[in-house]
Design a protein around this ligand. Structure first.
Ligand SMILES: C[S@@+](CC[C@H](N)C(=O)[O-])C[C@H]1O[C@@H](n2cnc3c(N)ncnc32)[C@H](O)[C@@H]1O
Length: 226
């Protein structure tokens, strides 16, 4: 059974061809894609030998090794592009994801990208927008007191300019309970930063206050309609 975070990534895999799980670690996601029949074959890749050995153990124990290729690779550099329709990059920082996408422009040929950054999501959103990648959908997943963002992305060559609000929080569906809970969590943070930084960094403080105002509107709007 996958965590909610990885299950949300798996849900966005088309399964039309080979799915590549970059930074697979224990290959839990790759194994689940095979076990559920969503994918016929997968590539489980990692930059580390230890994680790749763990991936091999998981797949062998589940009897799924014959449908998986295990590849030691920094990002997608050693991955053969042929037949790959889906690439999942989950559980890493946004900057590492940018590095991986920059180094492998073949993903621009119609590949369905599923990105689940643990840090620097705003930086990743900005880079995607500036470099012609469209975020088709973005979801918030809540596991206990933690919130995770999961993006489905595809290259279409169109460069975009994001509003500060979308850059910071993503283009998410405010009717969803997890998104509203996330909104309330961020609202507290922005209100606090808006206060704390007022003397030392007035411009940054104003940015947080503006985000808080927009967030209040979103949360209030949704409370009224739910
Ligand atoms: C925290 S684990 C995430 C595992 C799994 N993807 C998940 O989301 O639960 C991060 C994994 O990414 C791998 N990794 C980090 N940088 C990488 C890179 N540039 N290319 C491939 N794998 C990388 C690490 O070795 C590690 O196994």
């Amino acid at each position: 059974m996958l965590t909610k975070r990885l299950a949300a990534c798996a849900d966005l895999v088309t399964g039309k061809g080979i799915a590549c799980d970059v930074g697979t670690d224990h290959a839990y996601l790759a194994a689940e894609l095979l076990r559920t029949g969503r994918c016929q074959s997968v590539i489980a890749s990692d930059i580390g030998e230890g994680p790749l050995e763990a991936a091999e153990r998981t797949l062998r124990q589940a009897g799924l090794l014959s449908r998986a290729q295990l590849i030691l690779s920094d990002g997608l550099m050693q991955i053969p592009a042929e037949g790959v329709t889906d690439v999942v990059i989950a559980g890493m920082g946004g900057e590492t994801m940018i590095h991986i996408l920059k180094e492998s422009p073949w993903v621009q040929q119609g590949v369905n990208l599923i990105l689940q950054p643990m840090t620097k999501a705003p930086l990743l959103r900005e880079w995607l927008a500036e470099n012609g990648y469209a975020v088709r959908q973005e979801k918030i997943v809540q596991e206990g007191r933690f919130f995770y963002t999961v993006m489905q992305v595809q290259y279409d060559g169109e460069k975009r300019i994001l509003s500060p609000f979308i850059r910071e929080l993503g283009d998410v569906d405010w009717r969803e309970a997890a998104v509203r809970a996330y909104g309330r969590f961020r609202l507290k943070l922005y209100r606090g930063l808006g206060q704390q930084l007022m003397q030392a960094q007035p411009e940054t403080a104003e940015m947080y206050r503006a985000l808080a105002r927009e967030l209040e509107e979103k949360c209030i709007e949704q409370e009224e309609t739910v």
